[in-house]
Design a protein around this ligand. Structure first.
Ligand SMILES: [Fe+2]
Length: 361
């Protein structure tokens, strides 16, 4: 073989050999689906089947993008009994059905994906809550009030462990109307009675959900209202869940009492913190968690925010960014919650609230 023909042979053989080697090393075979990208497997919480337990997830600010689908996959892997949607669903008018289809494709047609409105769909501007309510209707028996706007339900229906109370302060509805949650208004009293009613029925836990937070290390001020927020604390709501801020933040347990007659936004008083570690005692105060991490782009958090002292944990666009969901289990004696990041994110948080004395039920 002459010099030039040997060169031609090697110039054909070497690339072919490299290609074969590459295929062997990568395990890639043409025409086969790629395995899922490696991510942390999401494991459902361990639940003792002998102990009555409520298991739910909660998050808001979803959209229809890749992030939304990743978070819905995370929820599906956790296998909760129900999900609380904390508002802001499609971010665009006319695609409500697409949003609902995305949810039911991932979670099943009968899964209770329970809705309260966000500011994007309350006035019909970016979708209409009336349409979401039609395509993701209430799936829980015994619900009281107006589904999508202001409702509560005891879960499970027999021997309930949790009363879920969903309300809509600080939100603009059609015609520019806001619903009146001011002190002693009809909606204020409805909410207060729902909290009192859970206590008088000996339901172990109260979870309040609404779109707007009050305290925040994000961009908004107290949109839920100072008086309304203080009422939730005074009535000893155990856990208050919100969205609106596209971030995760979780407060210490906050309570009134000597030294903290009232919680004042935009300021910090250490006297309002009743428990500052992640293991809290029921009845000592209220934990606030914003879970605006359901899929849309994240907002930044401010470590130097005047309210940062109230928070135990936070994550946003500029700090440990993570889409994901809150995952909560509640037995009669203990409510445990954790932030579960969607695939590709690592931020987590966890806390629990225990009951010192068993409830007489
Ligand atoms: Fe939002």
């Amino acid at each position: 073989m002459t010099g030039p023909s040997r060169q031609r042979m090697w110039s054909a053989v070497v690339p072919a050999a490299l290609l074969v080697l590459t295929l062997i090393l990568t395990g890639c075979q043409a025409g086969q689906p790629r395995p899922p990208s490696s991510g942390r497997p999401v494991t459902p919480p361990s639940i003792d089947p002998a102990v009555p337990t409520v298991h739910f997830t909660a998050q808001g600010d979803v959209g229809l993008g890749t992030g939304a689908r990743q978070v819905l996959d995370t929820i599906a892997s956790l296998r909760p009994q129900l999900n609380l949607g904390l508002g802001d669903y499609s971010y665009r008018a006319g695609i409500e059905q697409e949003f609902c289809d995305m949810v039911t494709d991932k979670l099943g047609t009968d899964f209770p994906y329970q809705l309260v409105t966000g500011n994007h769909e309350s006035d019909g501007h970016d979708g209409d809550i009336a349409n979401f309510v039609k395509c993701l209707p209430n799936r829980l028996p015994g619900l009281q009030g107006e589904y999508g706007t202001q409702w509560y339900v005891d879960y499970p229906e027999q021997d309930p462990l949790v009363r879920f109370i969903m309300v809509s302060p600080g939100i603009t509805f059609h015609g520019g109307n806001t619903l009146n949650y001011s002190q002693n208004s009809r909606r204020w009293n409805w909410t207060a009675r729902a909290l009192d009613g859970a206590k008088s029925r000996n339901i172990p836990w109260t979870v309040v959900g609404m779109h707007t937070p009050c305290l925040s290390v994000g961009r908004y001020d107290c949109q839920a209202g100072q008086d309304f927020t203080n009422m939730l604390i005074r009535k000893k709501a155990d856990l208050v869940l919100t969205g609106h801020e596209h971030l995760y933040q979780r407060s210490h347990q906050l309570g009134g009492g000597t030294g903290c007659p009232i919680l004042v936004p935009d300021a910090f008083s250490g006297d309002c913190i009743t428990d500052s570690d992640a293991s809290m005692v029921e009845g000592e105060g209220t934990v606030f968690a914003t879970v605006g991490t359901g899929g849309v782009g994240l907002y930044d958090v401010r470590d130097d925010d005047s309210e940062a002292g109230y928070f135990a944990s936070w994550s946003g666009g500029n700090r440990d960014p993570a889409l994901g969901t809150l995952d909560v289990t509640a037995t009669a004696d203990r409510l445990s919650a954790r932030f579960v990041p969607a695939e590709g994110y690592t931020f987590t948080d966890s806390f629990d609230i225990r009951r010192k004395k068993p409830l007489q039920r």
